[in-house]
Design a protein around this ligand. Structure first.
Ligand code: ATP
Length: 462
């Protein structure tokens, strides 16, 4: 069972060092969050799992890390300057600001309307002002003079850096179609609507890949291209389910209706998750045709093409784009992992049942007590494990409380060093430790000499 309500996760995230509301010292700053010591590990692990599945384990995808601040005409070509707008309206009574499309979609519950059918404020039912279109890109300036000449934008997505490097990658990596270019990094959107924790923030991380393929013979009936689109949807859905361990019953694919599609799109499907407030997007898989390469070719005056050795012709590839939200996925991993259940003594415990590959800390080394006799061996075990796995050493408080703490941060394995390990009262130690499993709470005795093998078996994909 995932956490029933978001507040539980928000408070655990703060208490245990995953995610902090940003700038609390100054009264907070809407829609921004800081990632704490465990949050940063969790984020790295999700990104690494994505990179592994999208780049390392595939022969047909390479990586990229393009500049964040780039030529402003990139965003003219992509359409963001002209069309990256949201309709915003204010409540005349409570003054809250809303995205009208979100109210209409039911993101705040069944939409309220007046007798004329116009949407009303979800907060207090007040009348809304006429919606105004608001561009979501953050503007900045390059250099010291703030004029239109020097304007630059913070990137609202990662994709454009990939499109403008298409020819560089083909030439430098001798790539043949079909192939993909993947990139994971921060994006910025001037989101005004009240966020739901890290679901919607000003600054967030995305994991995107552009997969370039041959254009279809028939533009109006691109069967093979759409089949490839479906393949990518399935591949990505399987990643959430199998690699991150998200329950299939809380994942679904939603194909966009014709009216929802951009004019150039041959189809888009969202991978959605059942959040505590309803279904929400985790990733969009878009069949973007040749729109982006074509648009940059037109705007720059230098067509971006691929030379097909077989037909000896220059062609503009078509593209499929799986675009995922890293920070949004982090919230989902926490929601999914959250479990309340009895511990070995029948008392309530909170456990984050992360799959080992995403767990921030893989192993905790816990001497049974602070006793000096245990420390050298415990430190030796810790030094042995830490080069291989993210490991924590903790000797404060009772062993029971330390188990609870590791359960609450989702550490899959605890290794305990006790007096049987080191020996006492003239009896020689067995040089073995206890390995406790987070989920089953089962404990097994393992010789230190064999410990790394046992950890490897129990920490798949780490
Ligand atoms: P939404 O409809 O929720 O605003 P979108 O359709 O605009 O999302 P895309 O442009 O397709 O989103 O971006 C791909 C992914 O990036 C989204 O599925 C989501 O996971 C993530 N994402 C987009 N905007 C934000 C944001 N403001 N905060 C956190 N993650 C975001």
């Amino acid at each position: 069972m995932p956490a029933k309500d978001l507040d539980t996760i928000v408070s655990l995230a703060k208490r245990r060092g995953f995610v902090f509301p940003a700038a609390e010292l100054y009264g907070g700053f809407a829609n921004t969050y800081d990632y704490g010591p465990l949050g940063v590990e969790l984020k790295r692990n999700i990104r690494e799992a994505w990179w592994r599945s999208m780049v390392r384990e595939r022969d047909d995808v390479v990586g990229l890390d393009a500049a964040l601040i780039t030529h402003p005409r990139v965003w003219v070509a992509s359409g963001h300057v002209a069309t990256f707008h949201d309709p915003l309206a204010d409540c005349k009574k409570c003054k809250m600001r809303w995205r009208v499309d979100h109210i209409a979609e039911g993101q705040y519950g069944e939409p309220k309307r007046n007798a004329a059918g116009e949407l009303l404020c979800p907060n207090d039912g007040g009348d809304l002002t006429e919606p105004r279109m608001f561009n979501l890109m953050f503007k900045t300036q390059v250099g010291t003079i703030a004029d239109d000449e020097n304007v630059a934008y913070l990137p609202p997505e990662t994709a454009q850096g990939i499109f403008i490097n298409f020819e560089n990658v083909v030439a430098s990596m001798r790539r043949k179609l079909p192939f993909g270019i993947a990139q994971s990094r921060v994006s910025f959107r001037n989101e005004i609507t009240p966020g739901k924790f890290i679901f919607r923030t000003l600054e967030f991380e995305q994991m995107e890949m552009e997969y370039f393929c041959f254009p279809p013979a028939d533009r109006d009936n691109p069967e093979e291209y759409l089949a490839l689109h479906r393949e990518w949807i399935d591949y990505r859905l399987a990643w959430y389910r199998d690699t991150l361990g998200i329950d299939a019953s809380r994942l679904r694919i939603r194909y966009h209706e014709k009216e929802e599609l951009s004019h150039y799109s041959a189809g888009t499907a969202d991978i959605e998750y059942l959040f505590p407030w309803g279904w929400g997007e985790l990733e969009g898989v878009a069949a973007r045709t040749d729109f982006d390469l074509g648009a940059h070719g037109k705007e720059s005056g230098k067509p971006i093409t691929y030379f097909d050795e077989d037909t000896k012709q220059h062609i503009v590839p078509w593209v499929i784009e799986p675009a995922a939200g890293l920070t949004r996925t982090l919230a989902v991993c926490m929601l999914e992992a959250y479990t309340e259940e009895p511990d070995e003594k029948g008392e309530d415990r909170v456990v984050l049942k992360f799959k080992p590959n995403v767990a921030p800390i893989k192993v905790a080394v816990l001497p049974l007590s602070k006793n000096e006799a245990l420390r050298p061996t415990a430190r030796r075990v810790y030094e042995m494990i830490r080069p291989v796995y993210m490991t924590q050493y903790d000797e404060t408080q009772s062993i029971g409380r330390r188990y609870r703490r590791q359960d609450e941060i989702g550490t899959p394995l605890c290794v305990t060093v006790d007096f049987q390990t080191v020996g006492e009262n003239g009896v020689a130690g067995d040089d073995a430790v206890t390995v406790r499993d987070r989920d089953s709470q089962e404990q097994i005795r393992v010789p230190i000499a064999n410990l790394l093998n046992v950890l490897r078996d129990r920490l798949p994909g780490c």
